[in-house]
Design a protein around this ligand. Sequence first.
Ligand SMILES: Nc1ncnc2c1ncn2[C@@H]1O[C@H](COP(=O)(O)OP(=O)(O)OP(=O)(O)O)[C@@H](O)[C@H]1O
Ligand SMILES: [Mg+2]
Length: 160
Amino acid sequence: MQLEVERFDLNAMFEEVMRLVGPRAFEGNVTIERQIADALQAEADKRAIKQVVINLMSNAVKFTPEGGKVEVSAGLAGDNIVIRISDTGIGIPARDIEKLGRPFEQAENQFTKSKGGSGLGLAISKSLVDLHGGRLDIESKVGAGTIVTVTLPQPAKVAA
Ligand SMILES: Nc1ncnc2c1ncn2[C@@H]1O[C@H](COP(=O)(O)OP(=O)(O)OP(=O)(O)O)[C@@H](O)[C@H]1O
Ligand SMILES: [Mg+2]
């Protein structure tokens, strides 16, 4: 895949993502809180980054029981845009975290069974972030929640 790097507004992008993910969160009684830095611009492939954020926020909503909360923040830290998505969901066992970047891997839990999914969202997200020269890191605690951090160098360090 060839990245199409352009400059775009992250607040506008999150607005679009919320239109897709918001209704599912509402149905599941999961609150989403957003904290995006004012006028934050990214130089990246907009379609790719939007897909990454959709995948990660969908996961956060999907694996968080009713009454839980998802927090998403984005800001500039030095030469990087840092996007962080945290949830108060079921968490991921430590032994599963590493394999989850690979296609079709799922940590078995009540939600992977009842809510379906193919185990591709994280693998695709990781690949898209890698293509930007960035990183995707997962921290999690079973029963407490998960934090996924996407770090995107600015401008993107795209492989030629
Ligand atoms: N926020 C999260 N909280 C708890 N577990 C998670 C979270 N995000 C991902 N996981 C675990 O990682 C697995 C892989 O996630 P991934 O998004 O790749 O697949 P999926 O959501 O099961 O299916 P798909 O995204 O393809 O519809 C999930 O099945 C789940 O076990
Ligand atoms: Mg998913």
